[in-house]
Design a protein. Structure first.
Length: 269
């Protein structure tokens, strides 16, 4: 399947997710979330963080808490790759303050619309959302202090292009704080070629060693990968639905959960 075809499928799936309350089901967008907060507590967010953002901004689509490792400072400019409904952007905005700025980029128009609505609800004047692909960021060279991202880069067909773009937009000395899914082993062919598994952030994931190569080859230094934990699917397709589509046995699903891990990625330009 060609890259643009993959992106179309991913965009369509996340457009549907933008209209739901969370990862739980196909309800229309509204105040609150039925399971986003519960899942987010399990991947590194605390109650104070969850209660500090506009309701409906946490869709439960992450695999970690990149803001927690970004060491954001007042006045900085932050870029969020794959901003979704704005959850991490709003957390970052509180860190950088009114003298700082947060830019959220997402390739799904429906997500951008929802994020902007959430920003208005929370009066976030220092947050801006832009429509665009993370392989072609609508951001100027050397203009960002920190780049964060949460379970998004695995969805990009070319991770090397993404990291080159991240390097381009960062100021000298700028840093990366990414949470993503990666592999500790090989995926079975039937999973690798399954689009339900791709949208669920599994089939598009690459091996940890390959991921490191993408980061280093872009020019980054002080590269650090930290295995967070084994994790299931985190995209808008629920774990069990993906498993049902693939017809995985209990043993196969268990092995998949051990192969796919959540990682924190830190680096500096």
């Amino acid at each position: 399947m060609k890259d643009h075809e993959i992106k179309q499928i991913v965009r369509k799936s996340y457009a549907k997710a933008a209209k739901r309350t969370s990862c739980c089901g196909p309800q229309p967008a509204k105040e609150g979330a039925c399971c986003g907060d519960a899942k987010s507590k399990n991947i590194g967010y605390n109650v104070q963080e969850l209660e500090s953002v506009p309701e409906g901004s946490d869709l439960g689509l992450g695999c970690g808490n990149p803001v927690a490792i970004a060491s954001l400072k007042t006045g900085e400019t932050v870029l969020d790759l794959g901003a979704g409904a704005g959850f991490d952007c709003f957390l970052a905005a509180k860190k950088v303050g009114q003298n700082g700025k947060v830019i959220g980029v997402d390739m799904t128009p429906e997500m951008i619309d929802r994020a902007r609505e959430n920003a208005q609800k929370g009066d976030y004047d220092n947050v801006e959302f832009r429509l665009g692909e993370i392989e072609h960021l609508p951001v100027a060279d050397n203009s960002v202090d920190a780049v964060i991202s949460n379970c998004v880069i695995n969805l990009a067909p070319n991770k090397y292009d993404v990291m080159k773009e991240v390097y381009r937009v960062l100021k000298p000395g700028g840093r990366v704080a990414i949470s993503d899914l990666a592999l500790r082993g090989e995926l079975p062919i039937k999973i690798r070629n399954n689009m339900a598994a791709y949208v669920s952030c599994v089939a598009g994931a690459i091996h940890v060693d390959e991921y490191k190569k993408a980061v280093v080859s872009a020019g980054f230094r002080d590269v650090k990968f930290t295995i967070n934990k084994a994790t299931g699917c985190s995209g808008p397709t629920e774990d069990q639905k993906a498993a049902d589509t693939l017809k995985l046995t209990t043993d196969e699903y268990s092995k998949l959960s051990e192969t796919v891990v959540s990682v924190y990625i830190e680096a500096r330009k």
